[in-house]
Design a protein around this ligand. Structure first.
Ligand code: BGP
Length: 466
């Protein structure tokens, strides 16, 4: 018998900008990604999500593929500017209808919808007013969340406010590789604070509107391992945990920042700046569950004196640097590690360890693995997509998740990234994650990969056959 609870959900995930296309159709407003991806040189080979994989027009076909696979839950995000072209105010009913139809189609096939309200596509109109650095954006987010609850709350029970704050704030305000392309740690910390406030306002609204469901937050799950046993590397690893985990999980699961780090950021940068009532707002609006996106761990060493807004070998904010601290730590390649073509370490044990780390720090919080997957260039053999490495990767991670459940963790669902091949933010269409292949040379025709049939039997056997 597999250790998966009876109600455990076998799902898959996507995000609006990465699949929908129709970027300027039916009254949709522009998002920061629509604008940013059109600036020359900002993305891989100047790829963009104007058409993406045309899910906006292929929705029925895509949900039919989910149903045939036996999918039990689908995690997708809503494009804020498709509903509110200016970020607030006038509602675009055509956009509201698209997601309403999607939800109805999913439910008709017994697929449980999980909505992410913000997967990085901020309305450009709000960016023009200061984006995540200003409180008015958090207030507009509450208005947008209330609109979604009022239109979909009768049918949707699983809601997440934000996806991976470390990534859109880290890239948006430290490395500058995502919009709005700022490189300023102090501004990053303040923008991150407004995101936590926006989350708390949306949770408060969820409770006030008595939506019969659960609301959570999705974070990167990134366990850290010291490269050596030296005291310096151990201290460095604790700091990496504080910055990459505690800073991002504590406000939504404990209702406050980790105190020592808060004292340091306020001493160095004078941020985050609190407004009256922020403390209480955070404290009183905790998550019902936490979503964990797990791809890899990071190996940590003490950093001898470097400080910058540089990025690590994955092109991401280079540890300690994002908080403006010197002499802290950095991420390095693990000499014994197995890496993907994009240099992400494959380390399934990290999923077990990460889940247990969350349980240890935050108690019995329900968890969903909201992303996990292998980005690869899939081989095509005699017209078939034989993505065996993806099957191996997912299979090992399902086992790792099962081990955490056996140790008592309350894991309620698994959403591999991604249901279908889609746009990778900075890697274009070359980095594939899907169970379904999309032929960009043939009208975006869909084709089932080997992993599609494999996951079908995983689901049918409730995780036993893998
Ligand atoms: C996560 C994002 C996803 C997706 C995934 C893979 O950080 O939530 O949207 O993009 O990573 O990332 P990439 O496409 O860069 O390989």
């Amino acid at each position: 018998m597999a250790a998966f609870p009876k109600d455990f959900l076998w799902g898959a995930a996507t995000a609006a900008y990465q699949v929908e296309g129709a970027h300027n159709e039916d009254g949709k407003g522009l998002s920061i990604w629509d604008v940013f991806s059109h600036l020359p040189g900002t993305t891989y080979q100047n790829t963009n999500g104007d058409v993406a994989v045309d899910h906006y027009h292929c929705m029925q076909e895509d949900v039919a593929l989910m149903a045939e696979m036996g999918l039990q839950s689908y995690r997708f995000s809503i494009s804020w500017p498709r509903l509110l072209p200016n970020g607030r105010g006038e509602v675009n009913e055509a956009g509201v209808k698209f997601y309403s139809d999607l939800i109805d189609t999913l439910l008709a096939h017994n697929i449980v919808p999980m909505i992410t309200l913000y997967h990085w596509d901020l309305p450009q109109a709000l960016q023009d007013e200061g984006g995540w650095e200003v409180r008015s954006t958090a207030e507009a987010f509450e208005e947008y969340a209330r609109l979604c609850y009022s239109r979909y709350g009768d049918r949707v029970k699983l809601w997440a406010t934000f996806n991976e704050t470390i990534v859109f704030i880290g890239h948006g305000y430290i490395t500058g590789s995502h919009p709005p392309s700022v490189r300023d740690p102090g501004r990053a910390i303040q923008a991150c604070h407004q995101v936590f406030i926006a989350h708390a306002l949306a949770v408060k609204a969820f409770r006030e509107m008595k939506i019969a469901g659960e609301i959570g937050f999705v974070n990167v799950l990134q366990p850290h391992t010291a490269l050596t046993n030296s005291a310096e590397d151990k201290v460095a690893t604790e700091l990496a945990d504080a910055i990459h985990t505690h800073w991002l999980y504590d406000p939504v699961l404990k209702g406050h920042y980790p105190e020592a780090l808060l004292a340091q950021t306020q001493a160095i940068w004078g941020v985050p700046r609190f407004e009256a009532g922020d403390d209480e707002l955070l404290r009183n609006n905790l998550c019902d569950f936490i979503g964990l996106n797990y791809y890899r761990r990071e190996t940590v060493v003490a950093n001898p004196g470097e400080t910058s807004t540089a990025s690590n070998h994955n092109g991401e904010p280079n540890s300690g640097a994002e908080f403006g601290f010197k002499d802290l730590f950095k991420f390095v390649r693990n000499p014994d590690g197995v890496y993907t073509d994009w240099d992400w370490e494959i380390w399934p044990q990290g999923l077990t360890d990460g889940i247990m780390m969350i349980k240890e720090r935050y108690g019995d919080i329900p968890m969903y693995i909201t992303e996990n997957g292998l980005g690869a260039k899939d081989p095509i053999v005699d017209g078939e997509i034989v993505d065996q490495p993806r099957i191996d990767y997912l299979s090992m991670h399902i086992e790792a998740m099962e081990n955490a459940i056996a140790k008592g963790a309350d894991v309620r669902g698994y959403y591999p990234w991604s249901f279908i091949d889609l746009l990778s933010w900075l890697n274009g269409y070359k980095k594939q994650y899907g169970f379904v292949y999309v032929d960009h040379n043939q009208n975006l025709a869909r084709k089932r990969k080997k992993s599609y049939f494999w996951y079908q039997s995983v689901i049918a056997s409730h995780g036993e056959q893998r």
